[in-house]
Each structure stands twice: as C-alpha cells, then as structure tokens.
Write a protein that binds this ligand. Structure first.
Ligand code: PLP
Length: 436
C-alpha cells in the first residue's frame, strides 16, 4: 500500500516507512493513496465477527503484504487483551466503553497496537528506535504502558507541567527504564510544537532513528477504526443499520479513525464531535474561518487542544470539500459547568457515571439529536474511566465524586515513586536532551 504526505501528494511512501517515521519528511501527515475497501461479504457477515476477528481482517487489508497472518493474529491478541463493552442506556443512547485497558483510557487501543507493530517492523534493526511524543494527558500513559520494556526502543514523553492530573503524571513517569518523562513549562500545543521541530531537524534525524507515537501516526489511527466497525457489527446483529457516533475530541484522531472506517465502507450515519471551550473545529464548521485561540485549561484536559493535528487528515479525506464534510461531521462545544451538570444529571437519572470527556460527547450527542432527529442509534464513545478525574471535580459535587473511584487494583498509586526531567519551553533544551 502506498501513502502520500498531506503536504505533497506527489511523494509516495510504503506502510513500513509511514509507521516508522510517523510524520512525512515535509512535516505532512501520511495518508493512504487508496483506502482499502471492505467487500460486501465482509459487511454482510459482520455480526458474526468478534473484536479480534474484525481487527485481524482490517489489519490484513492494510498490511497483509508486510506481516504474516499469524503475526497479525498474535499482535491483535496481545494488544487487545481487555473487553470492549457497549452499555445500553435509556433514550436510544449507548456508551461504548473504551477504558478497560491497562491505563483506563481509549488510547490503549492505539498505543498497544502501534508498539507491537513497530517492534515487529524493526526486529532486524541494530540501531535503537527513539519514540518522541507530546501528550495532553492520556496519550503519555498509554504510550508508556504500550512500550514499557520493549527491547530496542527508547521512549521520550513530553507533557505540559501542572496541566495533567497527578494520576496521569504517575502513569507517564512511573514506568520502565526505557521510558523517559519530560515535564515542559508550557501548554500541550507548546509540547506538540517542540516535537514537530525535532522531527524536521536534520541533526536529530541524522543522529537518531526517531519516530512519533502521537495520534498523528497512522499505526495509532488504524486500530481505533476497529471499535467503530465492531460496534456497528453488534448493532447490525440487532437489526440496526443507522448509527451515529458522538466522540469527545481534542486532536481529532479518534474522530478521524471513525471517518476512516466510513471511508473503508462502513455505512456510518454521522460523527459528532464534542469539544470543550477549545472550540476551533465547531467554530470552523459554523463560520468557515480557521482561527486558533490560545489553549485554555478545562476539566476534560485531554481535549485541551486548539490546533488539532489530525484535522489536516480529515480535511484531506474529504478532499477539502467543506459541504461534503458537513454532511457527515458535526461539532459542538461545551463549558465545564455544562460538563459537570451533565455528569450529575446522568448519575441522578440513570445511575451511570461518565468521565468529563465522555460527558462532553454526551452533550454533543443530545444537541445533535435535537437538531437532527431520526431513527439512528446514538453511540457515545466513552474515552476514559471516571475514576481518573475524581480530583478535578469540585467538592460541591460530593455525591458524584464519591462514585468516581478507580478500579481496586490501582489503590495506593499515590505512594509510587515517579521520575521525570523538567525543561523550559525551549527547543534547544529538548534537542540537547535528545542528543545527550
Ligand atoms: C485523547 C483523549 C481524547 C481526545 O481524543 P483525540 O483523538 O485527541 O480527539 C478524549 N478523551 C480522552 C479521555 C482522551 O484521553
């Protein structure tokens, strides 16, 4: 399969290059020149398939020429060793719980799959592979877990100082020897800019075999398409054909993966983004004006992104046709007050506890259903375990807080040692750390 760069369609790359370099040499994102298509038999048989079946079939379409069927099967079984429940609620809404992996957030899907894929693709190399990644919260923990103790790989994780939760920091900075946590005095966008600079720096590229693990890597996006297909398969088994997904969105990787599933031939009704007040995309869809405001901190901190790096990809999937895009993609933004109120209401009315990110998507789903009533099933993509965000909830919501606890096997994490390096928001500091 051939890939192009979103910055220059003329250049071609192979799957292995796209996965191992993360970002194209010109700074663009990799996109498949032709998106593999499901055949009609696969689509008809969907309801009979397990999550692993679907993951294997879709993987074969993308890189069946690079890995053997057995390698793909082992990769899928190792990566997805946790359940993916669909929790039906009242009023035609269901929650797709993607937080039952080791770091209790959906990023485990992408990170665990990518880590194992990269390790397979580099098993004959002599040089160490450096992974450099910026995180607004959950990516870091998922990447740290995914790559922990993988031989031949060193991982450097940048995160904005004081802007991730203590639990997120613990997940980033309490891992194996080959995982290096770097606390940056700046915002997530600053961290992301530093990473982007490193990838286009000739000196870095010359000295290190370096790649990214952000949601910009195609190997993270791909496994995220599996759960859209799996959910559709389950609903299809119940005779449902029209499915809308509401997705808590920051960098728009998750939503991009849903779109990828649609472009592979999954007949998804719509994809609805919920954002917090970092609302570049909802404003763009409303006004057609691209204006990036300074990033603001919110309760849904993994979505505190004002310049979403996957948007270029989504834009390119629709060949920059805004009208076409607006037929499929909808976006709404909500404040922290609205987010908290929805969490509280859900607890009182349906006895279900959402994390703040999921709550934003739930609000978006409700708004979408008001604007576009129809017989479609509405799935709310639940991206994190609520227990991860207990400390950020105001004490005035004491009953809600009480219900937001971590699964019991995480008890006592506060007492674990963490290890990180602090740097200012300066590219020179990052560079010397990397080349040291
Ligand atoms: C990363 C993250 C998001 C945002 O996902 P994107 O793919 O960046 O849009 C939403 N919720 C949680 C819990 C996350 O960790």
């Amino acid at each position: 399969m051939e890939f192009y760069s979103t910055k220059n369609k003329e250049l071609s790359f192979f799957f292995k290059e796209a996965v191992l370099s993360g970002l194209a040499p010109d700074g663009g994102l990799f996109m498949p020149r032709q998106i593999p298509q499901f055949d009609s038999l696969f689509l008809r048989q969907l309801p009979q398939f397990s999550f692993h079946d679907i993951a294997c079939e879709v993987s074969k379409l993308w890189f069946g020429d690079v890995l053997t069927e057995q390698q793909i099967k082992t990769l899928v079984q190792d990566a997805f060793n946790f359940p993916v429940p669909l929790i039906l609620q009242e009023k035609g809404v269901a929650f797709l719980e993607l937080f039952h992996g080791p770091t209790l957030a959906f990023k485990d899907f992408g990170a665990r799959f990518m880590a194992r894929l990269m390790s397979l693709l580099t098993q004959n190399n002599t040089q160490k592979l450096h992974i450099l990644v910026a995180t607004s919260g959950d990516t870091g923990g998922a990447v740290a877990d995914g790559f922990a103790n993988v031989p031949g790989i060193v991982v450097t994780i940048l995160y904005p100082k004081g802007k991730v939760s203590p639990f997120q920091e613990y997940q980033i900075a309490n891992k194996a020897e080959n995982i290096r946590a770097v606390s940056v005095e700046g915002s997530f966008d600053d961290c992301q800019d530093l990473v982007k600079k490193a990838f286009v720096d000739p000196e870095i590229r010359e000295n290190l075999f370096i790649t990214s693990a952000n949601s910009i890597n195609i190997a993270r996006l791909l496994p995220q398409s599996f759960y859209y297909i799996y959910t559709y398969a389950q609903l299809m088994g119940q005779g449902i054909r029209d499915v809308s997904f509401a997705i808590p969105s920051g960098n728009f990787g998750n939503l991009g993966a849903g779109l990828l599933a649609k472009k592979m031939g999954l007949p998804i009704h719509s994809l609805v983004a919920g954002t917090n007040i970092n609302d570049t995309i909802p404003r763009f869809l409303n006004t057609q004006a691209w204006k990036v405001n300074p990033t603001q901190s919110t309760l849904s901190n993994a979505m505190d992104v004002s310049n979403p790096s996957n948007w270029e990809r989504i834009w390119s999937l629709f060949e920059e046709d805004l009208a076409e895009l607006k037929n499929t993609v909808y976006a709404y933004s909500f404040t922290d007050e609205q987010t908290l109120e929805a969490m509280e209401e859900m607890r009182l009315e349906q006895n279900y506890i959402m994390c703040p990110h999921t709550s934003v998507a739930y609000l978006a789903a409700q708004k979408f259903r008001q604007n576009q009533p129809g017989p479609y099933a509405q799935i709310v993509v639940s991206t994190a375990h609520p227990g991860k965000f207990k400390d950020s909830i105001p004490d005035s919501y004491s009953d809600l807080k009480k219900r937001m606890s971590l699964p019991s096997h995480y008890e006592g994490w506060e007492n674990s040692e963490i290890k990180f390096v602090s740097i200012p928001n300066s590219y020179d500091d990052l560079k010397s750390f990397m080349l040291k």
